[in-house]
Ligand binder design. Structure first.
Ligand code: K1U
Ligand code: ZN
Length: 169
């Protein structure tokens, strides 16, 4: 299975707003399989098409302990939100960096599945955090955008330092 290249911050392509998928066809299903392979290989729990430079409204997730509960959301929309919670987030496009972000605690999402059928799903805990993070990617938004200028600057410096020491190895 072909692995896709994950764009890394501050690549401007991560700021693209994705467009709706008009037809859930074999090409979309093949992309879903490549995105799962890429996400599992990178040890992520989610991946938005934006992160692999495909600007369509598609994301995949698997927040299960054993990595055996794949979820696909095409043209996702949040139709209900409840409560607020602060959680630590990571991002495969901002490798090795983590920060606390406030999100809705519970969300109801409406989307299409791989067969192009509409469904709704209630998500809480890590799944709720992950889908809000992935849906932000589809809007060209990153978790670092929620940080204060000072926290964001610190995180960017740590990222640059980590990259320099990785390059030296
Ligand atoms: O969008 C992505 O880059 C994937 C991201 C999803 C995510 C993780 C944690 C909170 C919000 C969103 C990751 O998978 S980062 C990988 C990671 O560090 C992680 C894996 C499992 C649990 C927590 C973090
Ligand atoms: Zn991310």
């Amino acid at each position: 299975m072909t692995l896709l290249t994950i764009l890394e911050f501050p690549d401007p392509r991560l700021r693209t707003v994705a467009t709706p998928i008009e037809s859930v066809n074999d090409e979309v299903r093949a992309l879903v399989e490549q995105m799962f392979a890429t996400m599992y290989d990178a040890r992520g729990i989610g991946l938005a098409a934006t992160q692999v430079d495909i600007h369509q409204r598609l994301l995949v997730m698997d927040v299960s302990e054993d990595g055996d509960e794949p979820l696909v959301f095409i043209n996702p929309e949040i139709v209900q939100r409840d409560g607020h919670k602060i959680n630590e987030e990571g991002c495969l496009s901002v490798p090795g960096q983590y920060a606390k972000v406030e999100r809705s605690a519970e969300v109801r999402v409406r989307a299409l599945n791989q067969q192009g059928e509409a469904f709704e799903m209630d998500l809480e805990g890590l799944a709720a955090v992950c889908i809000q993070h992935e849906m932000d990617h589809l809007e060209g938004k990153l978790f670092v955008d929620y940080l204060s200028p000072l926290k964001r600057e610190r995180l960017v410096k740590k990222l640059q330092k980590a990259r320099l020491s990785n390059d030296a190895e």
